[in-house]
Design a protein around this ligand. Structure first.
Ligand SMILES: [Zn+2]
Ligand SMILES: [Zn+2]
Ligand SMILES: [Zn+2]
Length: 330
């Protein structure tokens, strides 16, 4: 069962997907469903002895390409629609105990190309209005499988958080004639205190308005709308930038740093979004090596994030831990 219920108070959809309660929860490493299938071993999601990067449809999806009818009827207040969409899982590597940070930059480059391929394919589907690429990493985030992987949701509406960014970007463009994120990139470069790392095509900052202590945004310096607008050089530069940020994260407290990583690009509904600027955001839940930031009353009930750190100081901590990544592949 998978349906979308309308929240008229906030004007947004909630996905209701009940079979997810039965999904696999932290299995022992010998029974990882995301590892290759060993000869004579139990069958995993990947019926191969080895693989490089694999994408497959989630067996416990929040959205389905052919959903059944909703179990409740709509009323005047409460709109209901089938939860039509696609949920994919992206396996980054066959190595169970690795993380994306451990992978060589060449593997991250392959992942960027896989994301781009999947974005193109899902972007073209008629019922898809948004292709959302993300990763939840670490038990602190509620991850149920440790094997390094990310997810892609092809969603039949524009998610509200992206909708907010689109509104703000459009308003800024109408007022100034300029792109909001291009202006942010300019301001961050002028100020420089919040820059974590920079390369030919990307700027990584702890944004001025960070909600999490170690929040990092990666902005392409060229005005692009989606992953699929990147050239090959930009794909390599993005892989290098991701590697630098991920390694800096792990070096912060000498532990495998948990985070949510989200890709924000233009919607897939066919409208014109030339005013929008594609980027990647990281939201790590750790405030210190042992303290988590909880989304408590203020954050959850009022939407007001309280960040008890300064972006300028946190950016300096991360910047000190950035190691230059050098491309060694072809
Ligand atoms: Zn595994
Ligand atoms: Zn721009
Ligand atoms: Zn964003």
């Amino acid at each position: 069962m998978s349906e979308l219920r309308w929240n008229p108070l906030l004007g947004e959809w909630v996905a209701t997907a009940t079979p997810r309660q039965e999904r696999t929860f932290l299995p022992p490493a010998d029974f990882c469903p995301l590892c290759p299938t060993r000869p004579g071993g139990f069958p995993t999601e990947v019926p191969e002895q080895d693989y490089d990067i694999v994408v497959f449809e989630n067996r416990f999806p929040s959205l389905k390409s052919e959903p059944s009818d909703p179990v409740v009827e709509a009323t005047e207040l409460y709109e209901v629609r089938p939860g039509q969409g696609i949920c994919e899982v992206v396996l980054y590597t066959p190595h169970h105990s690795a993380t994306l940070a451990d992978e060589p930059v060449e593997q991250i480059y392959k992942l960027v190309r896989v994301w781009t391929d999947r974005f193109r394919a899902l972007d073209a589907l008629p019922f898809v209005e948004y292709v959302f690429i993300f990763e939840n990493k670490g038990e602190a985030i509620g991850v149920t499988l440790h094997h390094p992987h990310g997810q892609i949701y092809a969603i039949p509406f524009i998610p509200p958080r992206v909708g907010r960014e689109l509104e703000q970007s459009l308003a800024h463009h109408q007022k100034t004639g300029r792109c909001l994120v291009c202006d942010i990139v300019g301001d961050e470069r002028r100020d420089a205190r919040r820059i974590v790392s920079e390369n030919e095509s990307f700027l990584a900052v702890v944004p001025f308005f960070a909600r999490y202590p170690y929040e990092v945004h990666i902005y392409p310096t060229r005005h692009l709308q989606a992953l699929s607008d990147m050239g090959d050089g930009e794909q390599r530069d993005l892989a290098e930038m991701l590697k630098m940020i991920l390694v800096a994260y792990d070096r912060l407290f000498d532990l495998s740093f948990p985070y949510m990583m989200v890709v924000h690009g233009r919607p897939s509904d066919g409208a014109n979004y030339d005013y929008y600027h594609f980027h990647i955001e990281f939201y790590p839940p750790l405030r210190t090596a042992t303290k988590l930031k909880y989304l408590a009353g203020s954050e959850s009930g009022a939407g007001v994030f309280i960040n008890d750190t300064l972006a300028e100081e946190k950016a300096a901590e991360l910047r000190e831990r950035v190691q230059r990544v050098v491309w060694t592949g072809p």
